[in-house]
Design a protein around this ligand. Structure first.
Ligand code: NAD
Length: 485
């Protein structure tokens, strides 16, 4: 049985809350995964009453999960809306937290504070919660990215939150870790015997992790222009996927056992020098181009973006791990906006067989773990083509999760929110992980701030600057989409 809860969402009328958090909670509710008396309290600046707020959420659910709102489960909409209340507050007004406390004190339930606001509001909210005595040992606090913009600000943020809460109460969210396929990566590696003996420098030639988006900056130009692809994607999502791919088997699924192993990966990342930054990182920005035949603007012409912006919208880099398992194996990470395709995937390229007895060329095996848009695992292998002779062709074995698990797949935010309510921090970043990730990327930020020229242009709708293909070619490999299928 789930326990009773009060989930307070600061910034509860914002884009993230409406687009992701309420739909995720609604879906969990429809599946009876929320305690019947659990409450969701939106705390935000607008003057709204409960009815107006519920209408706003109802509209958002219509837009983002229409099949659920209108489908056979429509009856749970009313139940879900009844959980919602609205609390108007300016987060800078300390007195208002006392009123919030009164409404929370009435109940014996698990309190969770979700900070779905810009990072500038973290300090006043944490200060207000502390001042009102709302930071009791039983509460939990969820922090949305960005968790700092460099090592110093991330440490400052961690000190701030840990001045009011203990580490075990803090949930630093990275929604990529909530994706079902990321956990399936653990199942695939540690629930089977066939892969683990191959999962190392002897058999793997390189690893590629891609998060490619087709969208541009949409309505978030101003935010993005001050952030860039590297801080938005590499420092958190891509590094977390790298950790899940490269980590040693944990001794159990205990939250700290998993996070200790992830931390070891971050600590094994080869530190940067100015030379390796120059050689192994490609920084790009999209120019005008075309997306599926429709003309697309250049980044610098997007709303909210400075016309002379040198913010990167694309990064590709080659990282290495200094440990026994992975020494010498390149890990290529890349992310970009306005790319040819929306795709998030982890590709493990295996080495070629040591000797070929066939006339056809052998294409090395590849394991492709797809996270987006659909979730699947595909193993590319060689097989004999039918007919005369021994002609080999590349074919693939597909693990289509939908076929084996036809029930609805949990959304990443849904899983993570349920984990917070249940008190399971396995899929959340610990302070030392966040610190190690920032420590590794800081020399890159320093170099770009002083030494680097402008990012290289690439056409919207392409796979990024040609320099990124040269990066993999130097390592005698090619990006997944450039290889034959
Ligand atoms: P948003 O601008 O749409 O919403 C901000 C919310 O904060 C609103 O509810 C607003 O009322 C509230 N707010 C602002 N000032 C306030 C004040 N003084 N007192 C009380 N409430 C105040 O922002 P968003 O897009 O929802 O993003 C929220 C956070 O989540 C940001 O840190 C963002 O970087 C992060 N994030 C957003 C997304 C996304 O897809 N939108 C994805 C990942 C992370």
């Amino acid at each position: 049985m789930e326990s009773n809860f009060d989930l307070v969402i600061f910034g509860g009328t914002g884009d993230l809350a409406l687009r992701k958090l309420y739909p995720a909670l609604f879906l969990a509710d429809c599946d009876d995964r929320l305690h019947p008396q659990g409450r969701i309290i939106a705390a935000a600046r607008q003057a709204l009453d409960d009815a107006a707020f519920r209408a706003k959420v109802s509209e958002a659910l219509m837009r983002f999960v229409p099949e659920m709102v209108q489908g056979a489960r429509a009856e749970c909409l009313q139940r879900f809306l009844a959980r919602l209340t609205y609390f108007a507050l300016d987060v800078n007004d300390v007195n208002q937290y006392r009123d919030l406390k009164k409404s929370l004190d009435e109940r014996d339930s698990q309190t969770v504070f979700y900070l779905s606001v810009g990072p500038a509001l973290f300090a006043p909210i944490i200060g207000g919660l502390k001042e009102a005595g709302l930071n009791t040992a039983e509460t939990r606090i969820v922090l949305e990215k960005p968790l700092g913009r460099d090592l110093a600000s991330s440490r400052q943020l961690n000190s701030l939150v840990l001045d009011a809460f203990t580490e075990s109460q803090v949930y630093r969210i990275d929604h990529y870790l909530g994706k079902e396929t990321v956990q399936n990566l653990l199942a695939l590696r540690f629930g089977n015997t066939f892969l683990e003996p191959l999962w190392n420098r002897t058999w793997v030639s390189d690893v590629q992790i891609t998060i490619a988006e087709t969208v541009g900056v949409e309505t978030r130009g101003e935010f993005y222009d001050g952030t860039g692809a590297f801080r938005d994607m590499v420092q958190n999502h891509l590094l977390n996927l790298l950790c899940m791919t490269a980590m040693e088997p944990p001794s159990s699924l205990d939250p700290d056992a998993v996070r200790d192993e992830k931390l070891q990966v971050l600590r094994s990342l080869k530190p940067w020098t100015q030379d390796t930054i120059r050689e192994n990182i490609v920084r790009g920005q999209y120019r005008a181009g075309s997306m599926a035949g429709v003309p697309a603007l250049a980044y610098v012409s997007e709303q909210g973006v400075s016309a002379s912006s040198s913010t990167e919208t694309y990064v590709a880099l080659r990282a290495e791990l200094s440990n026994w398992r992975w020494a010498g194996v390149p890990f290529y990470l890349r992310t970009g906006k306005r790319m040819a395709e929306r795709r998030a995937e982890i590709v493990i390229n295996f080495k070629s067989p040591p000797h070929s007895i066939f006339q056809s060329p052998l294409v090395p095996n590849r394991l492709v773990i797809k996270l987006q848009p659909e979730e699947s695992v595909r193993l590319y292998t060689m097989a004999k083509a039918s007919g005369d002779g021994m002609h080999l062709r590349e074919v693939h074995l597909d693990l289509d999760f939908k076929e084996f698990f036809p029930e609805r797949r949990q959304d990443a935010y849904e899983r993570l929110l349920l984990d917070v309510l249940r008190g399971n921090p396995t899929l959340f970043m610990r302070r030392d992980e966040a610190d190690a990730a920032w420590r590794w990327v800081q020399p890159i930020l320093d170099y770009w701030a002083t030494e680097a020229g402008p990012p290289i242009g690439y056409a919207a709708g392409s796979w990024g600057p040609p320099a990124s293909s040269r990066l993999t070619a130097r390592g005698d490999t090619a990006w997944h989409e450039e290889r034959s299928v």
